[in-house]
Design a protein around this ligand. Structure first.
Ligand SMILES: [Zn+2]
Ligand SMILES: [Zn+2]
Length: 250
C-alpha cells in the first residue's frame, strides 16, 4: 500500500514537529482531505478517548508520574527525544539539568515519526480485533488489514499475559488509571508487534524488563514457590543414546 505522504500544514507549536513535517497517512490518490489519523475517525463518536489514547501513546513519551521541577517535560513527542542535548536546549528542554534516570526514561521512549505512525496503525488494528470493539468502516478495515492482515474479533490479547482483552476495559478505570495500558515487549523499541496493549496490572508487573526476562523472572518465582516443577536438563542429549543392557538380553 502506497501512502499519500503529502506534508500537512504545520500546527501552532511547529517547533515540535518531526524533522520532515507531519505527513498524510491516507492511501495515495485518496478522496477528501489529507489526514494523519483518518483511520481513527470511526472511533470519534463511540470511543473518542480510545482514539486519543492511540494517538497519544503512539506519538508521545509517557507523562511524568512524578511531580517536581527537575522531573523534566511532562509529555513530549517521541521523535523530539531523538534530538541531541544541544538541539533540545533550543527547544528549552535542558537534559543536563535532569536526573540521569529521567534522561534514560525519556531517551528510552524515543522513536522516529515513521515508527510512531506505524505503531498508531498497529494499535488501531489491535483495538478493532478486541472482543466488543465497534465495527471498522470498510475503508478503515481495508486500510488496516492491508498493513497487518485480517482483523479477527477476539484475537487481540494482553501483550504480557496473553489473555483476551475486551474493548469495554478501555472505559474502566480505578483511581483514575485506565485498566488497559499501552505496553512494549522490549521497552526500548516502538514498532508494530513490539508495541501492544496490556492489562494495567500486567504492564506494572513487567516494569522495565524485556518480556523474555519477565517470563524468566516469573518462572523462577513459581519454581521457588513450589507452584511448578521445571525440568531442566543439565547435560545435552547424547546423539547416540547408550543401549539399555536389557535390550541386549533379548
Ligand atoms: Zn493525502
Ligand atoms: Zn494481562
Amino acid at each position: 500500500m502506497i501512502l499519500c505522504e503529502k506534508v500537512l500544514r504545520p500546527r501552532a507549536n511547529s517547533k515540535y514537529d518531526p524533522p520532515d513535517g507531519h505527513k498524510c497517512q491516507r492511501v495515495t490518490g485518496h478522496s477528501g482531505p489529507c489526514g494523519e489519523f483518518t483511520y481513527l475517525d470511526g472511533l470519534n463518536d463511540v470511543a473518542p478517548k480510545v482514539r486519543e489514547k492511540i494517538v497519544r501513546d503512539a506519538t508521545m513519551t509517557t507523562g511524568a508520574s512524578w511531580k517536581s521541577k527537575d522531573a523534566g517535560p511532562n509529555r513530549i513527542h517521541r521523535w523530539t527525544m531523538l534530538l541531541t542535548d544541544d538541539e533540545l536546549l533550543v527547544l528549552e528542554i535542558k537534559m543536563a539539568a535532569l536526573k540521569p534516570w529521567v534522561v534514560a526514561k525519556l531517551r528510552q521512549k524515543a522513536a522516529t515519526y515513521e515508527d510512531c505512525m506505524s505503531s498508531a496503525r498497529y494499535l488501531a488494528w489491535l483495538v478493532y480485533g478486541m472482543e466488543g470493539a465497534p465495527e471498522a468502516d470498510p475503508e478503515t478495515k481495508m486500510y488496516l488489514e492491508d498493513h497487518f492482515g485480517p482483523i479477527l474479533k477476539g484475537a487481540t490479547g494482553c501483550l504480557v499475559c496473553r489473555a483476551p482483552l475486551r474493548f469495554e476495559l478501555f472505559h474502566e478505570a480505578r483511581r483514575g488509571r485506565a485498566e488497559i495500558e499501552t505496553a512494549h515487549a522490549n521497552p526500548r523499541v516502538h514498532t508494530p508487534g513490539n508495541v501492544g496493549f496490556a492489562h494495567r496490572h500486567c504492564n506494572i508487573a513487567q516494569g522495565d524488563k524485556d518480556l523474555g526476562d519477565f517470563y524468566d523472572w516469573i518462572l523462577g518465582i513459581l519454581e521457588r514457590a513450589g507452584r511448578i516443577t521445571v525440568h531442566n536438563l543439565d547435560h545435552s542429549l547424547p546423539l547416540d543414546p547408550p543401549r539399555d543392557p536389557r535390550d541386549a538380553e533379548e
